[in-house]
Write a protein that binds this ligand. Structure first.
Ligand SMILES: [Zn+2]
Length: 82
């Protein structure tokens, strides 16, 4: 495993939540409750949706090709366009 990751789009070292060279945003899930309710916002065809979701399943799958997959599934409790 690498000590540090680089921006997948331009290769620059990652120093914050946004690449200072190309603007790529790196999503930070450190405050995401893997086993409970969360409020999330996402873009759906240009509409911003705010949703209360319950993390119904979080699974790390260790594939033999060396690239583990992380699968997250949400149960949407409530949602609205904002
Ligand atoms: Zn970049």
């Amino acid at each position: 495993m690498k000590d540090k990751l680089n921006c997948p789009n331009c290769g620059a070292p990652i120093t914050s939540s946004k690449c200072e060279y190309c603007g790529t945003v790196f999503h930070d899930f450190t405050n995401f409750n893997l086993y409970g309710k969360n409020i999330i916002r996402f873009n759906c065809n240009g509409k911003v949706i705010e949703a209360e979701v319950y993390s119904a399943m979080t699974e790390m799958i260790w594939e033999t090709d060396g690239f583990p997959r992380m699968r997250m599934e949400f149960m949407v409790i409530d949602q609205k366009e904002i």
